[in-house]
Design a protein around this ligand. Structure first.
Ligand SMILES: N[C@@H](CCC[C@H](N)C(=O)O)C(=O)O
Length: 275
């Protein structure tokens, strides 16, 4: 066994929480184990996700709490941006971050608030979603609950489900069932959405690699895109979440913009014991 002290910061965006470290502080061969141990809510720091900061060129490497890699994280990229400011890595008001879902342009607004161009949704390229067929308004029944699934790629795979009311018990149970359905070979994030009025929705996400979270940025974008396509909302919507809100805007070219904040909640050294 060997003990290492790894400098980290912890952030949250609307309650979606992340451990963030710089790439030079970690050993790639130990990364999976480090993620699983440090994200544990009882024996580690606790977090929904783990972010590695690559500086040259600036890149966000995102991992879910189970150690799986994801192409992007909307709340994570705002926290990544705040980390880069806090650590003196970035001094500009606008910059580009590389991700597995392409380059994302970040604009720093007020203190701790960021606008991110989250790119256009992808409805056609099924290889991106890990599904063998297009899923749009498809009926999905669990016991006596009837859902309509809409699956597409919005910087990562998302399935949007509109419900009359958000119900914690069913979201957790049915979110897991939909997420792990074998028709999604790469699994899917599942967003339960309640439309309040044309400019407000409420949502919560069962995340692949993590379970229920308090917020999901890419999920908020996907939910608004889907609601807009179905004529359920306007092109600018406030997404209400248990611990905050995000503003999502779809421009005339179909690009999706997310605006929200990011907060540093801890800074220190993680005492990591290798097995
Ligand atoms: N919480 C994130 C999404 C994180 C990745 C997701 N669980 C996946 O595996 O695709 C967000 O804010 O977008």
């Amino acid at each position: 066994m060997c003990v290492m002290k790894i400098p980290f910061r912890k952030y949250h965006g609307c309650g979606n929480d992340f451990i963030i470290v710089q790439e030079e502080e970690i050993y790639p061969e130990l990364l999976q184990d480090l993620i699983v141990q440090s994200c544990d809510r009882h024996t580690g720091i606790g977090a929904d996700g783990f972010i590695v900061v690559r500086k040259e060129p600036l890149e966000m490497l995102y991992y879910n709490q189970d150690g799986s890699r994801a192409p992007m994280c909307g709340n994570g990229i705002r926290c990544f941006s705040q980390f880069c400011i806090d650590e003196g890595i970035i001094h500009k008001k606008e910059f580009v971050v590389k991700t597995l879902a392409g380059d994302k342009i970040i604009r720093v607004l007020d203190d701790q608030t960021f606008q991110v161009n989250m790119s256009k949704p992808e409805f056609e390229d099924l290889s991106l979603t890990g599904t063998s067929k297009r899923i749009w308004n498809d009926l999905y029944i669990i016991e006596d609950r009837h859902y309509r699934l809409h699956t597409f790629f919005q910087s990562t795979i998302h399935t949007v489900v509109f419900v009359d009311e958000l119900n914690e018990e069913w979201m957790r149970k049915d979110g897991k069932i939909i997420c792990e359905d074998p028709m999604f070979s790469l699994q899917t994030n599942v967003n339960f959405v309640q439309c309040i009025d044309p400019t407000h929705i409420q949502m919560q996400t069962y995340e692949r690699g993590c379970g229920m979270t308090l917020a999901c940025g890419t999920g908020a974008c996907a939910s608004v895109v889907c609601a807009y396509q179905l004529g359920k909302c306007k092109d600018t919507v406030e997404v209400l979440l248990p611990k905050g809100h995000l503003k999502i805007h779809i421009d005339t070219h179909g690009d999706v913009y997310m605006t929200g904040n990011a907060q540093c909640i801890a800074k220190g050294e993680y005492v990591y014991e290798t097995n």
